[in-house]
Design a protein around this ligand. Structure first.
Ligand code: GDP
Length: 441
């Protein structure tokens, strides 16, 4: 996710970060390198120009060049500019209270991830305590209705569909009556998509919009298509009107151009990103956190939140405390390994860890090793997992036998555990004080 962009931007910043004094030439060079990185990331040229001009103007002011810490000041300017280009603050959905039904139209081309994102959004709203339903109004793509039904069962959200239906407005109206009878508070409508934008699709969507009078009109766009995702958003906004965008496949080798150009070119906020194929791989879009990721500062806050979704709140707070106090035990590690499986793609998590974004790929992680770690941890007694210091030579050989590994592997795991505890302590300090994350650069 954004790997190349992160690598290039953080390289450019590293060149000025530690300098006691910086010159206008240093700034020009760093901005030039960032400009190249943005262009390679397929950011719209107009957006790049605006970014470069405003950054240079501010960075060459007295405040930076004369400051005690010019490198950090410069990084702060780049960070703040990125945040502003990404849309400033997180934009929430604007839905009605639970007593009135809210409606969300999901729009987009075929293959953009519209059906998947509809289900992801439903799951998210359900977790927030709403009572969503999914409505199958994509009557063109043959498998869309069935796909939505399968996803609905998987996430435990009702799906309304009418087999053989020809008119999406009628499906909407029938779904709406069903929703009223069944205490539904949010209807998420998966609409028709085609391979390209064409008049019949726009006419149908317009009719559906007039009938449903939605609270949110979200365009689902594929981030892999770069600038063309932005063009599609512009056209949909002109023809139908949008309230926001969901950028999918943010986990894949996306260059980031769409995320950085969208707000400036269309004026519409990015509300969510899809970060994998599973229903839980869906995050609100936080401009400041994404800016942090692009600068290579990682995103500890999202990582902790992701963990909180899997653990319950109390457990998450306890874990946080344990990490701070170095009380993290082997038992916690085993629980974490088990939860990782529930958290979605590993890559999306790696990218949130400071210093790891752009450096490590999911393929580099040895899945067999994760398995053997789980086996070793499971072969320990609860007492051993609570206090690793009691694991002497005879216990080590028993654990090795029980887990089908070797004594050396058990020893390696224990050593690694010690290291991990130290690193966690550092990480939790960083998430409390982002400045210390910057000074790691
Ligand atoms: P639709 O035609 O717009 O309804 O598209 P689908 O929802 O069927 O998605 C098309 C493909 O993209 C499917 O294989 C999805 O699993 C995949 N997909 C959707 N969103 C994401 C995402 O955020 N990340 C990844 N990696 N794949 C996604």
């Amino acid at each position: 996710m954004l790997d190349k962009l992160t690598q290039k931007v953080s390289d450019a910043l590293r060149a000025v970060a530690g300098k006691a004094t910086i010159t206008e030439k240093n700034i020009d060079e760093a901005v030039d390198a960032i400009k190249m990185a943005l262009l390679e990331a397929d950011v719209n040229l107009r957006v790049v120009r605006r970014f470069v001009n405003s950054t240079i103007e501010e960075a060459k002011g007295e405040k930076v060049l004369r400051s005690v810490d010019p490198g950090q000041q410069f990084i702060k300017i780049v960070h703040d500019k990125l945040v502003s280009f990404l849309g400033d603050t997180k934009q929430d959905l604007e839905l009605k209270g639970p007593d009135t039904i809210s409606t969300i139209l999901m729009l987009g081309l075929q293959g953009s991830g519209k059906t998947t994102s509809s289900a992801k959004l439903a799951l998210r709203l359900k977790k927030e305590g709403r009572k969503p339903m999914l409505v199958a109004c994509d009557l063109v793509r043959p498998a869309a209705m069935e796909q939505l039904a399968v996803l609905g069962t998987q996430i435990g959200v009702p799906v309304f569909k009418e087999d053989g239906a020809k008119d999406s407005v009628k499906v909407y109206r029938d779904a709406s009556s069903w929703a009223q009878k069944n205490m539904i508070d949010t209807m998420i409508i998966d609409t028709t998509g085609r391979l390209q934008i064409d008049e019949p699709m726009m006419a149908e969507l317009s009719r559906l919009k007039d009938a449903a009078r939605p609270d949110e009109l979200l365009l689902v766009a594929d981030s892999m298509t770069g600038q063309s995702a932005v063009d599609i958003a512009k056209t949909f906004d002109e023809k139908i009107g949008l309230t926001g965008v969901v950028l999918t496949k943010f986990d894949s080798d996306t260059r980031g151009g769409a995320a950085l150009s969208l707000k400036t070119i269309t004026g519409k906020p990015l509300k969510f990103v899809g970060t994998g194929e599973k229903p839980e791989d869906f995050e609100p879009f936080y401009p400041d956190r994404i800016a942090g990721r692009i600068l290579g500062m990682g995103d500890v806050v999202s990582l902790v939140e992701k963990a909180q979704e899997v653990y319950d709140q109390k457990e998450a707070e306890e874990l946080q405390k344990k990490m701070e106090k170095e009380n993290f035990t082997l038992e916690d590690w085993l629980n974490q390994l088990k939860s990782v499986k529930k958290m979605g793609s590993l890559q999306s998590m790696i990218d949130m860890i400071p210093g790891m974004a752009g450096q490590v790929n999911e393929e580099d992680i040895d899945k067999a090793e994760l398995k053997s770690q789980e086996a070793i941890l499971s072969s320990m007694t609860k007492k051993e997992r609570a206090n690793h210091l009691i694991i002497g030579p005879s216990r080590r050989s028993r654990i090795a036998r029980g887990s089908g590994t070797s004594v050396a592997e058990v020893a390696r795991l224990l050593k690694r555990f010690e290291k991990m505890r130290t690193m966690m302590k550092k990480m939790s300090k960083m998430s409390k004080n982002p400045k210390s994350a910057q000074s790691m650069m």
